[in-house]
Design a protein around this ligand. Structure first.
Ligand code: ADP
Ligand code: MG
Length: 303
């Protein structure tokens, strides 16, 4: 379906992306992760045809995605791109924005579609509200609904939940990804939040140093993170004897050869994250209870 071959791009002289290769099949959900500035947004924009490539090509089925040098109007009907900065029309209502790209030819059908989308993003009560009166998170939800309105074949999300408060986030994610799977809409998502990925993405691509350095299912990358950058995406970890160990892989035992001194405990809900010192290095482990600072204890790695 989507084919990216030997893609290279720079805004000026500094390479941003170099020799990027991957394919995405119909209905698949792929996440692109990487540090801020690693080129996630740039890659999504290239997949949409916002810039011309320096080298390589992008195909959706048989259509080559081309940039502004070859296209008068940027973008393609079958792709929707939801930018980090959403450009809604501020002085018209939520429902008018969502319906912006829907035909007025069948007004009833249009209204049904808008109501369905308002439900997906939980904004039914705000249908008639002007965009300018909404919070950042509500605007982001309108942008998501508008992108879905015409059922694109491919949807590109750039940190789609970054402005949405955590009260709403979890439920919205579940609804949205379920909706995309039901409609078999292919989805590529750039994010630095593991909660956007775990449980939803079929595959992760890791962008680092201008390249896709690693790819795999969320499970594969979690259980074999290869490098600290990837482990950091999943949670707190330490490097002990050159191995990446997650905080939940360490437990307190009576006696062992890992003797640590506790520095601090942080409440995390159903556990505490304990910061401790091991041979002059800071390490992290999870514990059921808080532990008094400066206590000495022994840890064991559980795998
Ligand atoms: P990410 O989304 O992973 O944070 P971006 O794709 O936004 O990364 O940016 C990648 C690099 O490209 C950064 O170094 C950024 O400063 C640079 N960059 C982004 N947009 C532009 C632009 N329009 N012109 C020049 N440089 C840019
Ligand atoms: Mg970005």
């Amino acid at each position: 379906m989507l084919q990216v071959k030997e893609l290279s791009f720079s805004y000026d002289v500094r390479p941003i992306l170099s020799d990027i290769n991957f394919t995405v099949s119909k209905g698949e959900h792929v996440s692109i992760i990487g540090e801020s500035g690693s080129g996630k947004s740039t890659l999504l924009k290239l997949l949409y045809g916002e810039f011309d490539l320096d080298y390589g090509c992008v195909y959706w089925k048989d259509t080559q995605i081309l940039g502004p040098k070859f296209n008068l109007v940027i973008g393609y009907d079958f792709i929707k791109y939801v930018a980090q900065e959403f450009d809604l029309m501020p002085y018209i209502s939520v429902e008018e924005n969502i319906g912006q790209f829907l035909s007025n030819f069948y007004p009833e059908k249009k209204q049904t579609r808008i109501s369905e989308l308002l439900e997906v993003v939980e904004l039914s009560d705000f249908a008639k509200t002007k965009i300018s009166l909404l919070s950042g998170g509500q605007k982001q939800r309108v942008a998501l609904a508008r992108a879905l309105a015409k059922e694109p074949e491919l949807i590109l999300f750039d940190e789609p939940f970054s402005h949405i408060d955590s009260f709403k986030k979890h439920r919205l994610r579940r609804r949205l990804f379920k909706y995309l799977k039901e409609k078999e809409i292919t989805c590529i998502l750039a994010t630095h939040d593991n909660e956007d990925v775990l449980g939803y993405s079929d595959r992760i691509l890791v962008l680092d140093d201008c390249k896709i350095t690693t790819s795999g299912t969320p499970e594969e990358l979690y259980f074999n993170p290869v490098k600290p950058l990837i482990a950091a995406f999943f949670g707190e970890f330490s490097i002990i004897k050159n191995e990446i160990i997650y905080a939940n892989q360490l437990k307190v035992v009576e006696q062992s050869n890992l003797k640590v001194t506790v520095i601090n405990s942080y409440f995390k809900g159903n556990y505490y994250l304990i910061e401790a010192e091991l041979d002059g290095k800071t390490i992290y482990f999870n514990n059921k209870t808080t532990i008094e600072n400066k206590s000495e204890m022994f840890l064991e790695v559980i795998k």
